[in-house]
Write a protein that binds this ligand. Structure first.
Ligand code: SAM
Length: 379
């Protein structure tokens, strides 16, 4: 059997690391890649200054591999992702390591002299991290980033150069590279917008840098907006809400009893909060709340009448339906009897067949050339 969860540090030390949710024992998936290991090894062999080493912030560590490897330097962690927070905490506990401070406020990116970044797929998010690091309280802040060699191209290096004078890219080692950046640019790039705004049906939609569909309305969401059910006096959840466009549209046009906005991205929740205020819903009579959670794990059983959802089908770079499936199962548990999950999906994802195994009554309400709208009712 493959032992894909054994992370070897050296001849005498290893860690057991799982993804979150935990993959099967014999799964070929791993909770780390060669870039994670390169980052941890690079830091331990190249950063000599003890004060700097013991004030490191690890950013975007998917399942906590870098954090566990570097546990001896007591790092802090910045993450936007609830799943990543849960994975990191679980892997720390499993390996009996010391707990670490986990930061979610983006201001934290300014408070550490050593910032260790696993390069995010989303380059707006990378640019935001670099912009914040440039505004660090430490004039001599140092960034060490790492990625697969194929992901470090000219446009990535250009982003580092916008904010830092000294940018060094290493040779490839085990198909990964490091980028080291220091020396704040005296005239950094100023045109990058931490918040991007677009409008839909007189709603102002602000989007933080790591939010899905940050620059325009998603096509799937647009199709679902034509099939929003009647929510009058109902308890509604906007599941995987992103910037909140679905729930905000309901608040604009209908009178539900309550709306909960839920997402695993902290920047999505921050965006919803800004959008509730900027569209005048902060003093609404409707009960409105936001929650940063993995699917609906923290939401009570039988507490909602309608759940609307445009589910994700990626986890980082991997196409997967495990998150959507967890969302369907959670929705079935959280809906009251007679309650409905209304969703949009790409036709090729086969959600209809999957929902039939979970819900009593599943109907296709509409299709277009790309998407399908499905209603799944709990009887
Ligand atoms: C396709 S986007 C939909 C966003 C928004 N509702 C829209 O229609 O534009 C999917 C959303 O799922 C969120 N997501 C991904 N994995 C999740 C998880 N495990 N739990 C909760 N939300 C998750 C992402 O952060 C993203 O905002």
């Amino acid at each position: 059997m493959q032992n894909n969860h054994l992370y070897t540090i050296n001849d005498s030390e290893s860690l057991t690391l799982w993804r979150f949710p935990k993959q099967a024992d014999d799964s070929p998936l791993q909770a780390w890649d060669t870039a994670d290991k390169l980052l941890a090894e690079y830091v331990l062999s190249n950063i000599a200054e003890k004060d700097r080493l013991n004030s490191a912030l690890i950013v975007n560590d998917n399942f906590g591999a870098v954090t566990c490897h570097l546990n001896q330097i007591s790092p802090s962690v910045f993450t936007d992702s609830k799943v990543s927070e849960l994975a990191t905490t679980k892997n720390i506990e499993l390996n009996n390591l010391a707990p670490v401070k986990i930061e979610t406020d983006t201001e934290a990116l300014k408070n550490y002299p050593l910032v260790l970044v696993k390069l995010p797929k989303n380059l707006d998010f990378l640019q935001f991290i670099l912009q914040q690091a440039h505004q660090s309280q430490f004039q001599d802040v140092e960034i060490i980033a790492v990625a697969k060699a194929t992901d470090i191209n000219k446009s990535v290096v250009k982003l580092f150069n916008r904010y830092f004078e000294n940018v060094e890219v290493s040779l490839a080692k085990r198909k990964s590279r490091t980028i080291k950046a220091s020396g704040k640019q005296k005239s950094p790039y100023t045109s990058f917008q931490a918040w991007q705004k677009w409008q839909h049906n007189e709603l102002d939609i602000y989007n933080a840098s790591n939010v899905f569909s940050r620059s325009s309305l998603d096509l799937g969401a647009s199709f679902l907006l034509d099939y929003i059910p009647n929510t009058a006096n109902k308890d509604v959840i906007d599941l995987a809400c992103g910037n909140g466009i679905l729930g905000l549209s309901i608040l604009k046009t209908q009178t539900p009893n309550s709306v909960i906005f839920s997402d695993e991205s902290h920047m999505a929740i921050d965006s919803v909060t800004k959008n509730l205020n900027s569209n005048g819903f902060e003093n609404s009579n409707i009960k409105i709340s936001t929650i940063w959670q993995d699917c609906l794990t923290e939401t009570e059983d039988e507490s909602a009448d309608i759940i609307i959802c445009n589910p994700p089908f990626h986890q980082q770079k991997t196409i997967t339906d495990h998150i959507a499936l967890q969302m369907f199962n959670d929705a079935q548990r959280v809906l009251r009897k007679g309650g409905e999950l209304r969703l949009v999906g790409n036709q090729h994802l086969g959600y209809f067949q999957k929902l039939l195994t979970i819900f009593d009554d599943v109907k296709v309400l509409a299709t277009n050339d790309k998407f399908v709208i499905i209603s799944a009712t709990k009887n």
